[in-house]
Ligand binder design. Structure first.
Ligand code: C2E
Ligand code: MG
Ligand code: MG
Length: 567
C-alpha cells in the first residue's frame, strides 16, 4: 500500500472550496505539488462538481463562510449522502467554535486560517487521504499470504482507481509465468515452493517503483504487473530468472506475455487474459521468453472466440457436416472399398469453410471437442444405417475419438446408445485414436480401449509415428489397425532413409499382426511402393478426397457395379 501511495505519477484529485481568491491561490499553490487541484467558489458549486464524479476526488478542503451556500450546509448535505461521505473533508477556519461545529457535522479534520507552514498543510491532507483509503479497503484480503503481493481482487480494484485518477497514461499488462513450477513443489516440497515464490515476489517488488507499477500473484505461479508503458521487460524477467538460478533452479524458465498500451475500452481482466494468450503462444518454444499480444494474435483470438461462441448453433443448424473418405484394400489385383473415415467439416455462415485443423485442436484444449465428436459419431452411425438400407451392405465407418473423450466415463454408454438407435453392431463401427493420446495417458487409455474391444469395437491407432510411443509400449497396446501418419508417406520417396522408415513401420504392424492403413496417398507410385512393402489399405486423394454423403453414395454404387462385373 505504501509503495502504491508513493507512486507520484498517480495524482489524487483535490477540491478547494473557498470564495476568497487569495485563499484559493495560496492553498492551490501548496497542494498542486502533490495533487491535481480543482476549485469551487461556494458549496453549491462544489456539490455540482462532486455530483457524478464523486469518487474521483480524494479530498475536499472546505471554507465555512461563503455566499450562496456555506460550508455548514455542505456538511449537512454530505451527512445525508452515502457517496459524498466517501470523500474526506478538511474544514478551513479561524474560529474555535466553528471547528467544533464542523467536526460534529462530520468533517474529518481542520486547518487553521491563516494557513500554517505548507508542509503541515500537506501532511494533514496526506494523512486524511491515507486514513480514508485504508479504511475503504478490507486489509486482510488485500495481500496474498505467500508472497505479500496484492491479491487478484485488490490488484484489479487498484487498477480501477489508477484509471479513475489518471486514464491518460499509456500502460502495459504483463503476465509472468514460471514454467513447470509444480515440479519445485513436487521435488522440493511445498514449503520450499512457497519460499521461492516469496523470494520472487520480493525481487519483483523491488522493481516496481522504478517501473511505476503494481503487481499481484494471479494464481499459483503466475504474476501480473500493471506498469506505465515501457519497452524493456526483459530485465524484469531476468530478475526472476536470477532468483531461480540462486536456488539452483536453472531448468525452470520464466515466460512473459505482454499487452502493450492496453486498450482501456476493454475490460481490465481481459487485458491480462490477452497478455496470457501471448504468453501461451511461446509455451514450449525455448527460443523466446517474451511474447507480445499483437494484431495477429488478436485476430486469431477473435476467430477462436467466434468459433467457441458459434459451435452450439452450428451443430443445431447443421453447419457442421460429416464428410467421408474411402479406404481401399489393395491386396488383390483391383482395389476394393473396405471402409471410410468420417471427417468433420464446418461451413460457417460468416467465416466460410473452416478447416478442422483450425478448430479441432482448439476444442481439444477446452473440452468442446466432445460436442463435435458426439455429433460426428451419431451422424456416422445414421449414415452407415442409411447406406445399409440403400445398398444392402455395410460400409464400416471409423470415427475419430479425441483424447478428451477417452477420459469421459460415459464414453462406452454413449457409443452403445448411438449404435442401438441405429440398429448397428460394434463391428460395423471403428474408432480412431491418435498415437499421442496413448503415450500421454497410457494406463487409462489401455483400460478404456480394452473394454471397447471386448464389446466388439475395432480400434485404429491414428497418426502412427507422429507420437513418441516406444516400441516396447506399442507391443503391449490393444489395437486392431495401425494408420501410418501422412508425413511418412509424403517424405517416403525423398530418399532411401525415409523409405526404410515406412518399411519399418509396416514391419512393426506385421509383427503385431494387425493391418496397416497408409494415409495421404496421392500418387500411383506411392501406392505401388506401399503395396510392395505389404501395406494392405490405402486412404488418400489418389482414390478420393473426403466427400459429402451423397457423393460417397456414388463411390459405393461404383464399387458394387465393379464387384458385379468382376469375374
Ligand atoms: P486425421 O484423423 O489423421 O485425418 C486424416 C486427414 O488427412 C484429413 O484431414 C484428410 O482430409 C487428410 N487427407 C486424407 N488423404 C489425404 C491426401 O491424400 N492428401 C492430403 N494432403 N491430405 C489427406 P482433415 O479432414 O483436414 O482432418 C484433419 C484432422 O482433424 C484429422 O486428422 C483429425 O485429427 C482431426 N479431425 C477431423 N475430423 C475430426 C472429428 O470428427 N473429431 C476429431 N476429434 N478430430 C477430427
Ligand atoms: Mg483419423
Ligand atoms: Mg490420421
Amino acid at each position: 500500500m505504501k509503495k502504491f501511495r508513493q507512486n507520484r505519477t498517480i495524482k489524487r484529485n483535490v477540491l478547494i472550496v473557498d470564495d476568497e481568491l487569495i485563499n484559493r491561490e495560496i492553498l492551490g499553490n501548496i497542494l498542486s505539488q502533490e495533487y491535481t487541484v480543482s476549485y469551487a467558489d461556494n458549496a453549491k458549486e462544489a456539490l455540482e462538481k462532486l455530483a457524478g464524479q464523486d469518487s474521483s476526488y480524494s479530498l475536499v478542503l472546505l471554507d465555512l463562510l461563503m455566499p450562496v451556500m456555506d460550508g455548514f450546509q455542505f456538511l449537512q448535505k454530505r451527512s445525508e449522502d452515502e457517496a459524498l461521505k466517501r470523500i474526506p473533508v478538511i474544514v478551513m477556519t479561524s474560529e474555535k467554535e466553528s471547528e467544533v461545529r464542523s467536526l460534529k457535522l462530520g468533517a474529518e479534520d481542520f486547518i487553521k486560517k491563516p494557513f500554517d507552514m505548507p508542509e503541515v498543510v500537506l501532511a494533514r491532507c496526506e494523512r486524511i487521504i491515507e486514513l480514508f483509503e485504508d479504511q475503504s479497503l478490507i486489509k486482510q484480503t488485500e495481500r496474498d499470504s505467500v508472497t505479500g503481493l496484492y491479491t487478484n481482487e485488490y490488484f484489479f480494484e487498484y487498477i480501477r482507481q489508477i484509471e479513475l485518477w489518471d486514464s491518460e497514461t499509456p500502460r502495459d499488462a504483463l503476465v509472468i509465468d514460471i514454467e513447470h513450477f509444480h515440479l519445485v513443489n513436487e521435488f522440493c516440497g511445498r514449503p520450499f515452493g512457497d519460499l521461492l515464490l516469496s523470494k520472487i515476489a520480493e525481487a519483483l517488488d523491488r522493481e516496481l517503483p522504478q517501473m511505476n507499477a503494481i503487481a499481484c500473484r494471479a494464481n499459483a505461479d503466475i504474476f501480473y504487473i500493471y506498469a506505465a508503458h515501457q519497452v524493456d521487460y526483459e530485465s524484469v524477467r531476468q530478475t526472476i530468472q536470477n532468483v531461480l538460478a540462486n536456488f539452483k533452479m536453472n531448468n525452470i524458465r520464466v515466460r512473459c506475455g505482454l499487452w502493450e498500451n492496453v486498450d482501456k475500452n476493454v475490460e481490465i481482466e481481459a487485458w491480462f487474459d490477452r497478455a496470457k494468450i501471448a504468453c501461451n503462444q511461446i509455451r514450449g518454444d525455448y527460443t523466446h521468453t517474451l511474447a507480445r499480444y499483437d494484431k495477429e494474435i488478436h485476430a486469431r483470438h477473435v476467430f477462436e472466440e467466434t468459433l467457441i461462441r458459434d459451435l452450439p448453433e452450428a451443430i443445431a443448424n447443421k453447419d457442421l457436416v460429416v464428410y467421408y473418405q474411402p479406404k481401399y484394400n489393395i491386396e488383390g489385383d483391383t482395389p476394393r472399398l473396405t471402409s471410410a473415415e468420417a471427417l468433420i467439416r464446418w461451413n460457417h455462415p460468416k467465416l466460410g469453410f473452416v478447416n478442422p485443423t483450425d478448430f479441432v485442436p482448439l476444442f481439444e484444449s477446452n473440452g468442446l471437442i466432445q460436442k463435435v465428436d458426439n455429433f460426428v459419431w451419431s451422424e456416422a452411425a445414421a449414415q452407415i444405417r442409411k447406406w445399409k438400407e440403400l445398398f444392402g451392405i455395410t460400409v464400416p465407418v471409423s470415427v475419430n475419438v479425441s483424447r478428451i473423450d477417452i477420459l469421459d466415463p460415459s464414453l462406452e454408454s454413449k457409443l452403445d446408445n448411438i449404435l442401438k438407435e441405429n440398429g448397428l453392431s460394434p463391428s460395423e463401427y471403428m474408432l480412431e485414436i491418435t498415437e499421442s493420446a496413448y503415450s500421454e495417458n497410457a494406463r487409462r487409455l489401455i483400460e478404456v480401449v480394452e473394454n471397447l474391444r471386448k464389446k466388439g469395437f475395432r480400434i485404429e491407432m491414428d497418426d502412427f509415428g507422429s507420437g513418441y510411443s516406444s516400441l516396447n509400449m506399442i507391443t503391449s497396446l490393444p489395437i486392431d489397425i495401425l494408420k501410418i501418419d501422412m508425413s511418412f508417406i509424403r517424405n517416403m520417396e525423398k530418399d532411401e532413409r525415409n523409405m526404410k522408415l515406412v518399411e519399418l513401420v509396416i514391419d512393426i504392424a506385421k509383427f503385431l499382426n494387425v493391418p496397416t492403413v497408409a494415409e495421404g496417398v496421392e500418387t500411383d507410385s506411392q501406392l505401388k511402393t506401399l503395396k510392395q512393402m505389404g501395406c494392405g489399405i490405402i486412404q488418400g486423394y489418389y482414390f478420393s478426397k473426403p466427400v459429402p454423403p451423397g457423393e460417397f453414395s456414388k463411390v459405393i454404387k461404383k464399387e458394387l457395379e465393379h464387384r458385379r462385373n468382376a469375374p
